[in-house]
Write a protein that binds this ligand. Structure first.
Ligand code: PDD
Length: 276
């Protein structure tokens, strides 16, 4: 497996990260996960736009402009012979003796690699169970930073409960999941948390909202409560790795009749068309 390290292609053995890397000390960096379908990056422009926004907010200068980086990732996919899977890419502020302020001579460290992964067809068909949990994250969840400890703890909570994922809420207002966004359907309308600082602005979320509009569905980007979640006709999550996955139970209680909903199915079908 070949990695991208700065602007070079290297083996894992050649990829040397300093123990003083600020990603290691502070989670001081940002990342992206791209989906690869048929050997091509899905929604690349949107991912790079978010990548640039996250890096700019942390004031991490990017070692390569996005145009060039797109070409490097495409070459990485080709070198690794990837057809279906993901590309993981991250940049940290680089290595320096441990001290909180930015180091004077920052040299950001970029790396990316590919992973083969099949589409989660089984859970997309059958749906998943979810459990709810308080969202204890900071107030810039729109930035895709390496600081994922709350997300890790949330996902582990789901695993401990034997659930597929965790639904996060702030004081009863549903935000998103550990690594995906969440939408509900009520009386034919698709409802999801607005893209503000409390959630990650998911690329899949944006695609699905466009598809819902294309189907003539009413789309409302407005916060909804745990109570509304429990009274929803349908619940589903969206994300690079989960695509559109139905949620069929919340805290052990079935969503509606406990089967994936009709509008969720239609959105899955529409999504399918965008990747072929
Ligand atoms: N996670 N919300 C959170 C907290 C996420 O981490 C992600 C993605 C999403 C969905 O965003 P998108 O549709 O752009 O993938 C929402 C990636 C896949 C991860 O951390 O592995």
């Amino acid at each position: 497996l070949t990695y991208l390290y700065q602007d070079r292609f290297v083996s894992k053995e050649e990829l040397q990260i300093s123990p003083e890397d600020r990603g290691y000390y502070f989670g001081d960096g940002v990342y992206e996960v791209f989906r690869v379908y048929h050997g091509r990056l899905y929604e690349a422009a949107a991912h790079f736009e978010r990548w640039e926004k996250s890096a700019a907010a942390l004031r991490i200068p990017l070692p390569l402009p996005s145009g060039e980086l797109t070409g490097r990732l495409e070459e990485l996919i080709r070198i690794n012979g990837l057809s279906e899977g993901t590309v993981y890419m991250q940049v940290t502020r680089g290595a320096a003796p441990r001290s909180h302020p930015f180091p004077a001579d920052t040299k950001p460290i970029l790396m990316a690699y590919t992973t083969e992964a099949r589409r989660p067809l089984n859970t997309m068909k059958e749906g998943i169970s979810a459990v709810t949990m308080e969202d204890i994250r900071w107030l810039r969840c729109d930035l895709k930073t390496l600081n994922l400890l709350p997300n890790v703890l949330a996902k582990q909570h789901a695993v401990d409960q034997g659930a597929g994922d965790v639904i996060l809420h702030r004081n009863g207002t549903v935000t998103e999941c550990s690594a995906s966004n969440i939408m509900i359907v009520k009386d034919g309308a698709v409802i999801t948390h607005p893209a503000n600082h409390l959630i990650l602005h998911g690329i899949t979320r944006a695609v699905v909202l466009r598809l819902a509009q294309g189907l003539g569905l009413s789309v409302r980007e407005t916060p909804f409560t745990l109570k509304e979640l429990r009274a929803a006709d349908e619940v589903f999550i969206t994300g690079t790795t989960v695509e559109v996955t139905p949620v069929i139970s919340v805290d052990g209680v079935p969503v509606a009749d406990g089967r994936p909903g009709e509008i969720t199915r239609r959105l899955q079908n529409e999504f399918e068309k965008t990747i072929s």
